[in-house]
Design a protein around this ligand. Structure first.
Ligand code: COA
Length: 261
């Protein structure tokens, strides 16, 4: 598929999606969301891709939110609810993808941009990045899962602070409260994301996919049920050829060659 608002590239076994509307700080309009959804499908189906990075073009923004022109034009409660549910479904697709997704936050990650980063598995921010949920300043609330994922990540009080005040915080502050996982100098961001992606991409793909799924399912479930789920995934992963290869390689003191089987 030819994309207008994003770039989709591949480096070794890493897929990179770059939001590319720098004139509007990579704001997410309808077309961009459609393209993101298609790119995720494309990279999910590509067996050569084992890990995905999302980032923004230019130096100023990862994604500065949903496109405010489109928010301004929403004509009814029904249309707005549909807008939110559709965006949420694309973020769920990313969250539930069998391949890990890393957000490389190169600048503003506001509103829908912050929400998008929270649907990713790991967030690495440039030291110059700014994050927040400023929807309150537009007279609205986050609609792409922000009121739900933010408290799960940083706790209820901090989520209410950010969502009710609209305050934009630095990468360091985001690191302190657990909204991002790593902060690196801006010039090193993409390489840092690629280094991490490369490490993950060379692990056993089924073990990676099912570990991700076990964490995702388990963190939304009580501990006893979650551990039972983990045991079922452990059973599944132990039936793979890669389990035999990984354990044999260790015992034979040689590198493992995983096949994703
Ligand atoms: N939707 C649509 N356009 C956006 C946008 C968004 N979310 N964020 C930025 N833009 C546009 C601006 O309108 C401006 O366009 P123009 O050059 O035609 O005037 C351009 O991007 C550059 O933004 P500008 O505001 O001039 O840059 P700045 O450095 O002064 O401020 C921000 C940067 C990110 C602080 C500011 O753009 C901002 O607050 N954006 C909205 C953030 C937001 O509320 N996001 C949540 C939406 S739900």
């Amino acid at each position: 598929m030819a994309y207008q608002n994003i770039l989709v590239t591949r480096e070794e076994n890493i897929g990179i999606v770059t939001f590319n509307r720098p004139k509007v700080l990579n704001a997410l309009n309808h077309t961009t969301m459609e393209e993101l959804s298609a790119a995720v499908d494309e990279l999910a189906a590509d067996s050569g891709v084992r890990c995905i990075i999302l980032t923004g073009a230019g130096e100023r923004a990862f994604v500065a939110g949903a496109d405010i022109n489109e928010l301004h034009a929403l004509a009814s409660a029904g249309a707005a609810a549909e807008f939110a549910a559709w965006g949420q479904s694309i973020l769920f697709k990313i969250e539930n993808l069998s391949k890990p997704v890393i957000a490389a936050i190169n600048g503003y990650a506001l509103g829908g941009g912050c929400e998008l980063s929270m649907a990713c598995d790991i967030r690495i921010a440039a030291d110059s990045a700014k994050l927040g949920q400023p929807e309150i300043d537009l007279g609205i609330l986050p609609g792409y899962g922000g009121t739900q994922r933010l408290p799960r990540l940083v706790g209820e009080g901090r989520a209410k602070w950010l969502i009710l005040s609209g305050e934009r915080i630095s990468a360091q502050e985001a690191l302190r409260i657990g909204l991002v996982d790593f902060v690196v100098p801006a010039a090193e961001l993409l390489n840092a994301a690629k280094d991490l992606a490369r490490i993950i991409a060379n692990k056993a793909p089924l073990a990676v996919a099912w570990a991700k799924r076990s964490i995702n399912v388990g963190t939304e479930t009580d501990l006893v049920t979650a551990c039972a789920y983990e045991a079922s995934q452990f059973g599944l992963v132990c039936s793979t050829e890669d389990r035999v290869e990984g354990t044999s390689a260790f015992l034979e003191k040689r590198p493992a060659h995983f096949k994703g089987k």
